[in-house]
Design a protein around this ligand. Structure first.
Ligand code: TYD
Length: 195
C-alpha cells in the first residue's frame, strides 16, 4: 500500500515522517521515501528549484521524470513485495505546485499536469493532507525558495483544495495548525487505521 503526505511548505510533513518512523505500531519494514527523490533526477529538480528563472514547463518535466524513476525503482518494487510505502510528497505536489506555476500558460494547468501523469502514474491508496493557511506556511518555511511566498502558496492551496474535493475518499485532511504532537498523533492514527 502507498500512503502519501502532502501539504504546503512548512506544513510539517518531515516531522510527521519522523513520528511515523518512531511509532511502534507502524511496521519496521515500512519504506519511507520522498519527492524530489535523492536520485540524480531529484538533483536536477533541486537545481531547477534553486533557479528563479527556470522555465516552468521544463521544470514540470524534470519533476515528472523524477516521479517516473521513483515509481519504477522504489514504489512498485516495494508495493509489489507487500511493504507499506510512505512518500513525503508525490504526484499531488505536481498537480498543486506546477498547476500554480503553469497557470499563466494553460487554461486549466491542474488538468494539464494531471493529463501528463494519468496514463502511467501509480495513484496512492491514501493521501494525508496537512492543512495550513498560506501565511503560516510562508512564515514556517522561511520563504527559502521561489515557491514559498504567500501568493504562490495561496494558489497551491487552492489547487490542493480542488484535488481534495475531486477525490474525498482518497484524502484525509489533518489540521496542521495544531500542536506538533497532535498532528503527529493524528497522522499515526490515520496510518494505523489503514493497516
Ligand atoms: P520539499 O522537498 O518538500 O521541500 P524541502 O526541500 O524544504 O524539504 O520540496 C521542495 C520544493 O519543491 C517545495 O517548495 C515544493 C516543490 N515541489 C513542486 O513544486 N512540485 C513537485 O512535484 C514536488 C515534489 C515539489
Amino acid at each position: 500500500m502507498l500512503v502519501t503526505l502532502e501539504g504546503l511548505d512548512g506544513s510539517g510533513k518531515s516531522t510527521c515522517v519522523e513520528a511515523l518512523r518512531a511509532a511502534s505500531s507502524i511496521p519496521d519494514d515500512t519504506v519511507y521515501t520522498r519527492e524530489p527523490t535523492h536520485s540524480w533526477y531529484g538533483d536536477a529538480v533541486r537545481r531547477s528549484i534553486a533557479n528563479d528563472d527556470a522555465d516552468s514547463l521544463a521544470e514540470l518535466f524534470l519533476y515528472t521524470a523524477d516521479h517516473a524513476d521513483h515509481i519504477s525503482t522504489v514504489i512498485e518494487p516495494a508495493v509489489s513485495a507487500g511493504t507499506l510505502v510512505v512518500s513525503d510528497r508525490y504526484s499531488d505536489s505536481r498537480y498543486a505546485y506546477q498547476g500554480a506555476t503553469l497557470a499563466d500558460r494553460f487554461d486549466d494547468a491542474v488538468a494539464f499536469v494531471q493529463d501528463v501523469h494519468q496514463p502511467w502514474t501509480r495513484p496512492p491508496e491514501r493521501t494525508i493532507y496537512l492543512d495550513i493557511d498560506s501565511e503560516t506556511a510562508a512564515e514556517r518555511s522561511g520563504a527559502t525558495n521561489k515557491f514559498e511566498t504567500v501568493s504562490a502558496l495561496e494558489q497551491v492551496r487552492v489547487n490542493y483544495e480542488r484535488l481534495l474535493e475531486a477525490e474525498p475518499e482518497r484524502f484525509v485532511r489533518i489540521d496542521a495548525s495544531q500542536s506538533e504532537s497532535t498532528v503527529s498523533r493524528e497522522v499515526i492514527e490515520t496510518v494505523e487505521r489503514l493497516l
